[in-house]
Design a protein around this ligand. Structure first.
Ligand SMILES: Cc1ncc(COP(=O)(O)O)c(C=O)c1O
Length: 342
């Protein structure tokens, strides 16, 4: 009975996750996060379909959890086209169309860019790929729970998600794998045959329940969160963009309001972070913040190494307040003045 209760909790969470993206519960595979979901989708699909073609498409602006999978697959004999985003960081359907080949078996693109916040038109790209025989994988780590997703109407075959971008626990995620017609992927982790053979290992009930709850809350609050965070972001940008030398990367593209990426002409991000010491900001993505290399995303949109080193990513969330925004503006203004004097 105790085991059945745990199972019922896991299945309830599976329903909550499936509902957020209009999927069937049997299409959800639990993973340890979006990194693992991306690995399972990209490597699992490519390895299972290697006899049908060797060509894969992704973009230069993807998260490392995607790029490193493709780099690994290149070592296994696959050929990869890395699409260049436009100056705002967006991948167009036409660039996907022109890269497609008869032997393309997989296209993998992110929904929302984690460094710039810009949105790719996944529905349009899905529509383009619908008539092709290749599979469409979407890294939705930054969009699940923030934007409406309908895997069926957007013609998505596989979709990666994680809980911690929507206030759920770290260390849990899921991969949507289309069931009709069934999609075959090779498991990367072998064991007891859990998750319909796609991902073995005892399920972390507590993590999964947390992810389910966070997705249910995100679904209920999506519109209100979006409106609130948009207002905060506008309040912030209307002031900081008045500061001489400050500009917004990705400006003009459709974007989520929770991520902004600012360029501070003539300044180094690490010096800025020192003078903005009361702000929790990042240069590049959190996952690569230990790296001294300039962000590969900013390089892909055409920034020089020097300019890319002068950018900071600033994020807002459900719990950010107007007072915090006003304080952040003040800290940035004062910090820049201080650096200019130095
Ligand atoms: C776009 C994107 N993909 C993948 C990941 C990796 O997800 P996880 O930390 O759940 O492994 C992240 C961030 O963490 C991300 O922003």
């Amino acid at each position: 009975m105790f085991g059945w209760q745990a199972e019922a909790s896991v299945e309830n969470a599976r329903r909550q996750v499936a509902d957020l993206i209009q999927a069937d519960t049997r299409e959800i595979v639990w993973t340890s996060g979006a990194t693992e979901a991306n690995n399972l989708a990209i490597k699992g699909y490519a390895l299972n379909h290697k006899d049908e073609g060797k060509h894969l498409i992704t973009s230069q602006a993807e998260h490392k959890a995607v790029l490193d999978c493709f780099e690994w697959l290149e070592g296994e004999g696959f050929e990869v086209t890395y699409l260049k985003p436009n100056a705002q960081g967006v991948i167009s359907a036409s660039s996907v169309a022109s890269a497609l080949r008869d032997d393309t078996i997989l296209v993998s693109l992110m929904h929302v860019n984690n460094e710039l916040g810009v949105i790719n038109d996944i529905a349009e790209i899905g529509k383009l790929l619908e008539s092709k025989s290749c599979c469409f994988h979407v890294d939705a780590a930054q969009s699940a729970g923030k934007l409406e997703i309908d895997v069926k109407s957007m013609s998505i075959d596989m979709l990666s998600m994680c809980a911690h971008k929507v206030y759920g626990p770290k260390g849990v995620g899921a991969l949507y794998v289309r069931r009709r017609p069934p999609l075959q992927i090779k498991a990367l982790i072998h064991g007891g045959g859990h998750e319909r053979g796609m991902r073995s290992g005892t399920l972390p009930t507590h993590q999964i329940v947390g992810m389910g709850e966070s997705f249910a809350v995100a679904a209920a609050d999506m519109k209100a969160d979006h409106a609130k965070i948009s207002a905060l972001s506008s309040r912030f940008l209307s002031e900081v963009l008045k500061i001489d030398g400050v500009s917004l990367n990705g400006r003009g593209a459709q974007s989520v309001p929770n991520i902004t990426n600012l360029a501070f002409a003539g300044f180094e991000a690490d010096r800025l972070m020192m003078v903005f010491k009361d702000l929790a900001v990042a240069s590049g993505s959190a996952c690569t913040s230990a790296s001294l290399d300039p962000s590969h995303v900013l390089r892909a949109i055409g920034l020089s190494d020097r300019d890319a080193h002068g950018c900071l990513r600033i994020s807002f969330g459900r719990f950010t307040t107007e007072q915090e925004i006003d304080r952040a503006i003040e800290i940035i203004r004062e910090g820049i003045c201080k650096l200019k004097k130095l």
